[in-house]
Design a protein around this ligand. Structure first.
Ligand code: PLP
Length: 399
């Protein structure tokens, strides 16, 4: 049964309203419950909290700053624009926040190997780093097509000691990598740990990954008040699975006056088939062990999705976002590939900060709205840096 107010904690069965849960076979449910129990125990353990806090400070480089975009603000002539600089974290994005937590938990549970899939390689790189740090074997499954496209990330993973499995089946991309990694996981779920890369999957992952990411909003809320004397009026974050967005939003959920916007990828346009705007155009369904909004066909099978930003290219979305949409606490909008590219260039040229194409979706929304919001303050979660995207953008824009 949904609890009356579970914006922030799922009920005992892992439901945020009608979303989440464990849509998985019984034998996996036992393993997930073990992980949930281990996590409940560890998250209140003083030694664990101290170890994590120390690594967040000295390994990741937290707290990440809040930066006021003076030139961009002047250029837009409306709301003040601020960035939470997750792009400055070690490995270049917010993903290290939950990878570190998951690797520490797996190690404490005595697991022998961490497994994951990766698309563009960002989750694979962050997880490889966390596994090297913690000292646990790491195996990353990646489609052969993606391996060819993302050579530098593959090299990074290998240098940090991860085993990269080239997946040769199907379309040799992300979906096949998920299937391959999942099969390997099922061969020994007692000893292996499947490190999910966003606030998705069966309970307890949406809660656990959210908890590891909420440091972003906890820091931001205090920093923002110290620097500007007030809370932001509007928070903006891009949404793929939803981890960086929920990481920023969580600390502000009880601040009723703070508006929150999640920005989905509209790809080539919401009136085409080439987008991944799940909350905007999807309907409730089941994917990867959870109930959530889903872009699906009449049989409930996930539709093919597309975005210029491969980290946003997912037909489902976190169950907590699905719930926050239904209760109207967060508004979900979208930005197209073209708006994303424009924002990528605008931020780079006005501030000397190159955003990840994923994060540029959030910047695009702020650029669209700021001129109509004079006197307000917008805080954007700059989830990652764009170094990985520079060759692609240079070719696309003939730079
Ligand atoms: C992976 C990624 C995302 C999308 O994931 P969420 O779980 O929606 O945050 C966003 N930004 C960057 C930089 C990423 O690497």
């Amino acid at each position: 049964m949904p609890t009356p107010d579970n914006t922030n904690a799922p009920d005992n069965n892992g439901f945020f309203g009608n979303y989440g849960g464990q849509e998985i076979p019984l034998e996996l449910k036992q393993v997930m419950d073990e992980i949930a129990d281990a996590y409940q125990e560890i998250k209140n353990d003083e030694d664990f909290k101290q170890e994590l806090a120390e690594l967040q400070r000295n390994y990741v480089g937290r707290p990440s700053p809040i930066y006021f975009c003076r030139r961009l603000t002047e250029h837009l002539g409306g709301a003040e624009i601020y960035l939470k600089r997750e792009d400055l974290n070690h490995t270049g994005a917010h993903k290290i926040n939950h990878c570190l937590g998951e690797a520490l938990l797996a190690k404490k549970m005595g697991k022998t190997k961490i497994l994951a899939e990766t698309g563009a390689g960002q989750h694979g790189v962050a997880l490889s780093a966390a596994c090297a740090l913690v000292g646990i074997e790491c195996e990353i499954h990646m489609g052969a097509v993606d391996i060819a496209k993302q050579a530098p990330n593959v090299t990074r993973m290998k240098i940090m000691g991860a085993k990269v499995i080239s997946v040769e089946r199907g379309t040799k991309t992300l979906k096949d990598a998920v299937d391959s990694a999942f099969e390997e996981y099922l061969s020994d779920p007692k000893n292996f740990f499947y490190a999910i890369g966003s606030v998705v999957g069966p309970h307890p992952f949406p809660q656990m990954v959210r908890d590891f990411q909420q440091i972003v909003g906890i820091e931001a809320r205090e920093q923002f008040q110290n620097q500007t004397g007030s809370l932001p009026d509007t928070l903006v974050a891009c949404v793929g699975g939803g981890s960086n967005a929920i990481g920023l939003f969580t600390a502000f959920l009880n601040d009723e006056q703070v508006e929150m916007i999640g920005v989905e990828p509209a790809g080539l346009g919401l009136d085409t088939d080439d987008h991944a705007a799940t909350l905007t155009l999807g309907s409730p369904g089941v994917i990867h062990g959870m109930r959530c909004y889903l872009l699906q066909d009449e049989q409930g099978e996930p539709l093919p999705v597309y975005s210029i930003a491969s980290g946003l290219d997912y037909p489902g979305v976190g169950p907590q976002h699905s719930y926050l949409k239904d209760i109207d606490r967060v508004q979900y909008h979208s930005a197209t590939d073209q708006e994303c590219l424009d924002a990528f260039i605008t931020l780079s040229r006005s501030e000397g900060i190159i955003p990840a194409l994923e994060s540029a979706h959030a910047v695009a929304y702020a650029i669209r709205m700021a001129p109509k919001m004079a006197g307000k303050k917008i805080l954007i979660n700059l989830s990652g840096r764009g170094d990985k995207d520079i060759d692609f953008v240079a070719e696309k824009l003939h730079l």
